[in-house]
Design a protein. Structure first.
Length: 287
């Protein structure tokens, strides 16, 4: 390549950068095929209330790579966002989640569970986002109140007016909205007040040092107080210990998600846990 430019031209060649660029291009190609080759999977992580009963689950994306095995979204979502591949992937996630929710709603024991789905900023910012969601709800004939969409502050902040309008349209059907990773972004309370939200999700970074770091305690108490004042549900993510859970409960947070209860699991295993935590089993167990 350097030669082709002719003598005298200056060429910067950085083998390390070259390798990195090639690696990215390979990954992007593979990622492009992931949706088509049906290598995407949804894992499910339980959400519980203070009584220890399952109230729902969050769908978390996994890429079942033929050579590398299960790849975590942290390793491919950023590239998927940059390349735009997040759009077909996000659509697949949403439709797969609706299909799953339908099977829960068709059975009495799981009929009232909610399913939370992560929506990327770019996906949400599509002009026809609301129409996509409305279309999927009707195609799968689900009760919309079982579906919860998790947005991040960055998804909303780009164009707050447009975000509010989209949220209102989808919410009019009964779909709920949750603000994910709350406290890690830059949204002002001014915006938060105007957003038609149902739930705030306390980021796991604040939960981690709960009971050990006074500032995290103060932040969590403030988030909970604010949520209550705004009549928003509040859920904590990344709950790993009973001490953290008890602390959250004492501060007024009554919904939890984290390794303390379950990791994100394939659907069969998650459904097994629903049964274990389900109230109707409680009576069987104590009988
Ligand atoms: P998130 O939505 O904040 O999801 C929570 C992450 O914390 C998940 O990581 C989950 O496995 C992990 N987690 C849950 N409980 C615990 C715990 O007790 N301790 C610790 N240390 N971690 C816990 P995961 O599955 O790797 O997902 C990472 C992020 O990737 C998600 O963060 C979300 O932002 C994104 N993501 C996942 N699935 C999707 C998807 O379908 N679409 C989009 N756009 N993003 C997704
Ligand atoms: Mg989430
Ligand atoms: Mg989160
Ligand atoms: Mg998080």
């Amino acid at each position: 390549q350097a030669k082709a430019r002719g003598q005298g031209s200056i060429c910067f060649f950085d083998p390390q950068l070259q390798t990195e660029l090639e690696r990215r291009a390979d990954l992007e190609n593979e990622l492009r095929q992931a949706t088509e080759k049906q290598q995407l999977r949804l894992f499910y992580q339980l959400q519980l209330d203070s009584k220890g009963q399952a109230v729902g689950a969050e769908a978390l994306l996994r890429w079942l790579h033929p050579k590398r095995g299960l790849v975590s979204p942290a390793d491919f979502i950023p590239l998927a966002e940059e390349s735009g591949l997040i759009l077909p992937m996000g659509y697949w996630v949403m439709s797969e989640a609706c299909r799953q929710l339908k099977t829960w709603q068709a059975q009495a024991e799981t009929a009232d569970l909610t399913l939370s789905v992560n929506v990327s900023a770019r996906q949400f910012q599509q002009e026809d986002f609301a129409d996509q969601v409305i279309g999927l709800i009707s195609a799968h004939a689900i009760r919309p109140t079982g579906l919860k969409l998790e947005l991040t502050e960055s998804a909303v902040l780009e164009d707050v007016e447009a975000a509010i309008e989209k949220m209102h349209r989808v919410r009019a059907l009964g779909v709920r909205f949750s603000m994910d990773d709350f406290g890690t972004g830059y949204s002002s309370l001014q915006y938060l007040k105007r957003l038609p939200l149902d739930q705030i999700k306390i980021d796991q970074s604040f939960v981690r040092d709960l009971g050990e770091d006074e500032e995290d305690d103060a932040i969590i108490r403030t988030i909970i107080a604010m949520s209550q004042a705004m009549s928003l549900q509040v859920i904590a993510e990344g709950v790993e210990t009973e001490a953290q859970r008890a602390c959250l409960e004492s501060y007024g947070c009554h919904l939890y998600q984290g390794y303390l209860f379950s990791k994100p699991l394939p659907i069969e295993e998650c459904e097994g846990l629903f049964k274990r935590f389900a109230p109707w089993r409680e009576t069987v167990r104590s009988a």
